[in-house]
Design a protein around this ligand. Structure first.
Ligand code: NAD
Ligand code: DAU
Length: 350
């Protein structure tokens, strides 16, 4: 019997992980712990809400007393930790928020797990979900492997790197059983429209400019979020304790090429003349410290755990666009209110 605590389950990736676990493992009790920040939204999980093996706890990982209550009440046996401040641009404006949630919050969870599982670590697991950004930036060639030295360049990636180090240190120092995965850029349904793909989909729908940073030649390795969720499932169940796994799509795109593909798929789906959305592309001032290229070598998870992505980028992107076009209510809800202020701070007064 497993009682699995999934933190950040109301966010983008977390909601896909919660859905997969609730539906695949009816014998597990899944506890979704989330503070519901601007990025957390219970609408993301309306289809699993009410499932008998699912519980939601509105708790901030900075609140140690509440964490201890949740661990005791639900007799937590495993943690899959996704809760985080996740947007690089926000980290440039408010680095301390990232120190608090990503570093202090992670250490709070580690302490709570260690205390609650006191000296009985058999069949326990602390799974920390992290990012490829901890490795820094690549030049034109090469890939991040699990042994690439950490070289974080943004406050976001520095805070995630610190959290990875704390997890590993708790393994070494206290024997806490852990596993870490470092994943590339995700895309898909329920992605908050502050990140490139959903922001540009929303702007194309609303005929607003598409703000490409710098020369647009930055490269990211994109993975469909449902494939990340299956990778997390695989690492959770089969990953070697104390190990790290890189997760990626073998799917590199320069931003401008990705944006052009997105524009042409959107034009087709919206019945626009081809080329209409591309006219919205606007080059704007670059992101400070912008990492030039990320690319993951996912050989280890492929060879050791048999995982590989299930969809091509064109298929995943088409499913993503369809989802946003069918869920304009969701998009309108998350872009009302505070989002408008965020958008004008980030883009109008850049
Ligand atoms: P997200 O911003 O969409 O969701 C984060 C969730 O964490 C939200 O539901 C939010 O309410 C919750 N949260 C934030 N602060 C909290 C706090 N103090 N206490 C409790 N809950 C809190 O993020 P995401 O894109 O789904 O990323 C999830 C995880 O995966 C993060 O750890 C991120 O670093 C990592 N990751 C993301 C990507 C990506 O491309 N999005 C890639 C690799 C790794
Ligand atoms: O690599 C994994 C990381 O991917 C995750 O750890 C982060 O949580 C996630 O946000 C993502 O980080 P990026 O900074 O790569 O994602 P973002 O969508 O913000 O930007 C993708 C690229 O697009 C990047 O080169 C910056 C650029 N960009 C982004 C925005 C929001 C633009 O040109 N214009 C924009 O408006």
């Amino acid at each position: 019997m497993k009682n699995v605590l999934i933190t950040g389950g109301a966010g983008f990736i977390g909601s896909h992980v919660v859905r997969l676990f609730v539906n695949t493992y009816p014998e597990y009790k899944i506890v979704n712990l989330d503070a519901l920040t601007y990025a957390g939204n219970l609408e993301n999980l309306s289809d699993v809400d009410g499932s008998s093996n699912y519980t939601f706890e509105k708790v901030n990982i900075l609140d140690v007393e509440e964490l201890e209550r949740v661990f005791s009440e639900h007799e937590i046996t495993d943690v899959i930790h996704l809760a985080a401040e996740s947007h690089v641009d926000r980290s440039i404006h408010s680095p301390l928020d990232f120190v608090h949630t990503n570093i202090v919050g992670t250490v709070n969870l580690l302490n709570t797990a260690k205390k609650h599982w006191a000296n009985n670590f058999s069949d326990k697991l602390f799974y920390h979900v992290s990012t490829d950004e901890v490795y820094g930036a690549l030049g034109a060639t090469g890939f991040f492997t699990e042994t690439t030295p950490y070289h974080p360049n943004s406050p976001y990636s520095a805070s995630k790197a610190a959290s990875d180090h704390f997890v590993r240190a708790y393994g070494e120092t206290y024997d806490l059983p852990f596993v870490i995965s470092n994943c590339s850029n995700n895309y898909g349904p329920y992605h908050f429209p502050e990140k490139l793909i959903p922001l540009f989909i929303n702007n194309i729908i609303n005929k607003k400019p598409l703000p490409v940073y710098g020369d647009g030649l930055y490269t990211r390795d994109w993975l469909f979020v449902k494939d990340h969720a299956t990778a997390i499932d695989r690492v959770f169940h089969k990953g070697k304790r104390g190990d790290t796994y890189n997760i990626g799509g073998f799917n590199e795109w320069k931003n401008i090429d990705l944006v052009k593909l997105l524009c042409s798929q959107m034009d087709e789906k919206l019945g626009n003349q081809n080329g209409t959305s591309e006219q919205l592309i606007t080059y704007i001032k670059d992101r400070p410290g912008h990492d030039r290229r990320y690319a993951i070598d996912a050989t280890k998870i492929n060879q050791e755990l048999g995982w590989k992505p299930s969809v091509t980028f064109e298929e995943g992107l088409a499913e993503t666009i369809d989802w946003y076009l069918e869920n304009t209510g969701w998009l309108n809800n998350v872009t009302s209110g505070a989002y408008q202020q965020y958008y004008s701070n980030m883009y109008t007064n850049r």
